[in-house]
Design a binder for this molecule. Structure first.
Ligand SMILES: NC(=O)c1ccc[n+]([C@@H]2O[C@H](COP(=O)([O-])OP(=O)(O)OC[C@H]3O[C@@H](n4cnc5c(N)ncnc54)[C@H](OP(=O)(O)O)[C@@H]3O)[C@@H](O)[C@H]2O)c1
Length: 266
């Protein structure tokens, strides 16, 4: 039996997520059953997809249950095991509870080598966000030399990898981010050719016309909403769109209309 602290979903947020949506609980976990592993959390990733999961809106992942611990991609240490695949002392990643300790059935866990990189890198550049970027760029956007690739949320966990992969593929890469410092980082460190601040630029069409004079051949879409509409209107013939997410819309109670002139995809 182990004493643990966990965070449960106390109520479903409307608009901004506030502290009263959560409740901290002290629980005593039962002794391990056959096949179970007890994991102590070391790092928990807080990701945008968690916001839609806090509601009952249809999403690409099922809703969190009220009064149950939320879960998220995590790295932890096995502190006890009755599963032959995992031993005490192993470092693992997988979906763990928002909790100090999780009793886990071992399904979907992956052992990681703590010597190869800081543990938290397995939740970022060595983990799900980077795999997401790799899939969208390699299998959907397929940018190449002579083309313009656009990436929204250019410096986020997914976007910064998507932008670098598009650049490595030889495309001219343009992105947007939420402040000047991030935009400078995108160009200086991540190799973007240009990045605009979506908070100080208000006419997205005009800024895209300036930064993407040849139009846009591929869009790795993380933000949705007005930025996406402006990008969509500038997609070239045979343009590709990896619609990875729409973070600007996750708090909207009602879905917003799609981009104008949808028939241009024909
Ligand atoms: N389909 C999948 O399997 C999958 C997997 C992973 C992620 N995703 C999606 O990919 C997107 C990025 O995820 P991430 O892990 O990179 O997230 P992240 O590291 O948390 O970055 C998200 C960034 O989005 C920007 N943003 C937030 N609200 C915005 C708004 N209203 N308008 C414009 N920009 C806004 C912010 O950057 P700025 O301050 O720079 O604007 C924020 O830092 C999300 O939409 C997520 O849901 C999808």
């Amino acid at each position: 039996m182990t004493d643990a602290v966990q965070i449960v979903l106390a109520r479903r947020p409307v608009g901004d997520v506030t502290a009263d949506c959560f409740r901290e609980e002290k629980v005593t976990l039962p002794a391990l059953a056959d096949g179970q592993v007890l994991i102590r959390s070391r790092f928990l990733s807080l990701d945008p997809y968690m916001r839609p999961r806090m509601t009952e809106l249809r999403s690409y992942t099922p809703a969190f249950e009220l009064d149950k611990p939320l879960t998220g991609g995590s790295v932890g240490e096995v502190v006890d095991s009755r599963n032959p695949r995992y031993a005490k002392g192993d470092t693992v990643m997988g979906m763990l509870n928002w909790a100090s300790h999780t009793l886990h059935d071992g399904k979907g866990l992956r052992k990681i080598d703590p010597a190869i990189a800081p543990l938290q890198a397995h939740l970022g550049v060595l983990g799900m966000p980077a795999f997401t970027a790799w899939y969208g760029i390699t299998h959907i956007c397929k940018p190449k030399a002579g083309e313009t690739a656009f990436v929204s949320a250019a410096t986020g966990a997914v976007g910064q990898v998507a932008g670098q992969l598009a650049k490595l593929a030889g495309a001219r890469v343009v992105g947007c981010a939420g402040d000047d410092e991030k935009c400078q980082w995108a160009v200086r460190e991540a190799g973007y050719d240009a990045c605009f601040n979506h908070r100080t630029e208000h006419d997205y069409g005009a800024v895209l016309d300036r930064l993407c004079p040849q139009g846009i051949d591929s869009d790795f879409e993380n933000v949705g909403g007005k930025i996406f509409h402006a990008v969509f209107a500038r997609l070239n013939n045979f343009g590709r769109l990896a619609f990875c997410g729409a973070i600007s819309e996750y708090q909207d109670a009602k879905p917003i209309a799609g981009p104008a002139k949808m028939f241009t995809i024909v």
